[in-house]
Design a protein around this ligand. Structure first.
Ligand code: NDP
Length: 291
């Protein structure tokens, strides 16, 4: 059996088109152009690339973007002051502080300062807290977890009652994705580095979401035949035959898993493109909240 591929690139592209249309309609009706501000402290090259990608994506759908760059010597007070200025700026609907911050800065304190109405990354403790509570709704859900569930729903419209296994419990992926699955009424098992008999637990999964950051850790014989596999992992492995000397692989051994799974996301081209599409969607939503 060969699994169906869940094409995150194409699905994200469709979503971006929808977002562009909604932004155009807003502008035509005289409403404010949605605006996203990114705050980049220091010169981490990976962060610079991510921030550039986000600005380019904003531009493509007609969202204004404001790039705030601060030196890595910035103090906690200076970064918090900048976030407060953005909180007060009516042209800025979403604020994204690019993580990680340089050492010496307290990330949690900075995230706490972002107004929850502008927390388009969904990492404010209040938004995460609401995600974890029954009967409460966060204003924004973190982008990678939201994108993973968006993809999943394309192939499993009714998640209710399914056995879902999440590999990883990080604040940015594993835990919020598990909370989202609980909200969809799945029966959720969260695995981490202390889990015993990982293959045995994973074999119970109708839905597997892998976010561990370990290249090709999940083998084909861990997977229940017909399961839906969402691979969030993005790992570099050396590959002398590749132009850059490396290639990207997921947390799941794709070649093995595709022979057993019912549906699988590729890496790259699966969850990755969804993350930015979700950021655009959250920014549009923030603008609507501010109307
Ligand atoms: P973290 O390193 O923060 O968390 C990894 C989690 O996996 C931890 O909970 C850890 O357990 C668990 N883990 C690590 N090793 C094992 C193991 N051998 N067995 C079982 N569990 C293990 O990673 P992130 O959540 O930030 O990222 C996970 C992956 O997702 C990475 O590859 C990252 O690049 C990718 N990613 C992709 C994004 C996208 O847009 N596509 C966005 C963000 C991340 P414990 O808690 O016990 O330490």
């Amino acid at each position: 059996m060969t699994a169906e591929f869940l094409d995150g690139k194409a699905i994200a592209e469709d979503l971006r088109k929808e977002i562009k249309q909604e932004v155009d309609e807003r502008i035509k009706s005289g409403k404010r152009v949605p605006g996203l501000a990114t705050v980049l402290v220091g010169e981490n090259p990976a962060s610079q690339v991510y921030v550039r990608m986000k600005h380019k994506a904003c531009q493509e759908v007609g969202i204004n973007s404001y790039a705030i760059e601060m030196p890595k010597t910035s103090t906690q007070e200076e970064v918090e002051k900048k976030v407060k200025e953005l909180n007060a700026d009516p042209n800025v609907h979403g604020i994204l502080v690019q993580l990680p911050l340089p050492s010496g800065l307290d990330e949690e304190k900075v995230l706490n300062v972002i107004s929850i109405e502008k927390d388009v990354d969904g990492f404010h403790p209040l938004n995460i807290g609401r995600l974890a509570q029954k009967g409460r709704d966060p204003l924004f859900v973190p982008c990678t977890p939201a994108g993973s569930i968006y993809l999943l729903k394309k192939v499993v419209p009714k998640i209710e009652g399914k056995n879902a296994v999440v590999l990883g419990r990080s604040n940015i992926v594993g835990m919020p994705v598990a909370l989202l699955l609980v909200r969809e009424n799945a029966t959720v098992t969260i695995c981490h580095s202390r889990t015993k008999d990982l293959p045995g637990v994973v074999r119970q999964a109708d839905i597997l979401i892998a976010a561990v950051g370990r290249p090709e850790m999940v083998k084909g014989d861990w997977i229940k035949p017909g399961a839906v596999v969402i691979d969030v992992g993005v790992n570099r492995v050396e590959d002398p035959s590749a132009k850059r000397g490396y290639r990207l692989v997921g947390d799941v051994d794709f070649e093995e898993a595709k022979e057993v799974a019912g549906v699988i996301t590729p890496v790259p081209g699966g969850v990755g493109p969804m993350t930015i599409a979700m950021l655009l969607q959250n920014t549009l939503r923030a603008a609507e909240l501010a109307d």
